[in-house]
Design a protein around this ligand. Sequence first.
Ligand code: NAD
Length: 363
Amino acid sequence: MHMDKINVKTGRDSSYDIIIDDSFSFLKDALKELYPINDRKVCIISDTNVGPLYLDQVKESLNDVFSACTDISFNAGEASKNLDTIKCFYEHLIKERFGRNDVLIALGGGVTGDMCGFTAATFLRGVDYIQIPTSLLSQVDSSIGGKTGVDNAGYKNVVGLFNHPEFVYLCSLFLRTLDEKNMLSGGAEMLKLGIIGDRVLYRDATAYFKKFHLMDYDTKEDLESLIMRAVKYKCRLVEKDYREHGPRRVLNLGHTFAHAIEKCSPVPVSHGNAVSIGTVLAARIGQALGKTSPKVVEGLVEDFTAIGLPVSTSLDMLTLLDAIAKDRRSKDNAIDFVIPVKIGSAALLHLDMDQFRKLALSL
Ligand code: NAD
């Protein structure tokens, strides 16, 4: 049994812990430390896949910590990440007579975490929430940094706000039930973190996921170490820029095209798969600008392909460009766009929209 803590600073006087537990043993202790008197109610928000797997186990750790425990679940998937679902959450909390003192827990992947954080920020002008991320993507990326929100009118994360949790409780045991598609989706975000700032993380995560795909590898310890390194790197970026006005924006590598692909695809595409394609397209744009060497682009394509991540899309580029033009990242006929310069370094460019269109159409 082992537990680590990483403290993330979110302002001059505020911070929260990421608790990394390898055996699901320390959740109760962490909650008791935060809430020593059991005078609060708690509501666990989860989806229809994660709830049946882990609700009972998590509830056991809540005994004696909270005065009452309730839960609410939504249909798993990005399609639920909208204001209608949030309205159901509000109605549940009102029915259960939740007050300002009470607490929400996000038990699930990035969709659950983003919606729970948004609900916690807006219900009664703000209640506490705790993140228990259960997908790889949510463990290494979405549960850290306080970005919360929902999709609206076909646009990803267009309604939302920054709201940091009281703590994040991260246990890799949850990943035992995650399917390969979603493991790779999280792998894509992990590789992204390596590409933008940690060459060694990229190298090791690539080696890990190449073997993972072939399924001939006992993975637990390697995976835990990779998760820890990815989390530490993301925390460093968040601390430098906790409201994403500056250096943290490189985390959007691959996301301009990814959001357009997710929006335009007739069938659901996992976020990680969309980020994978988006990262390769960003590298190709970097190459067309003379800022990314062809060797880097070829290396990314080779690695992603060997891992089983997609590197291209059959969607029409004009359709994608149309979606990008309407995206919140492009305004005043210009776009902020992240390219990988080399493995371990990325650049945020401010490109004229016409230039961006020409580059994208030339790929
Ligand atoms: P998700 O929450 O939909 O989870 C993916 C799938 O895995 C779902 O079907 C879920 O039910 C299932 N699942 C999760 N944990 C499981 C487990 N332990 N066992 C079995 N099944 C499990 O999506 P995701 O991939 O975790 O996250 C993607 C979302 O995160 C997107 O909405 C994206 O916009 C958001 N995101 C947010 C941030 C941020 O900073 N807030 C960053 C990156 C991505």
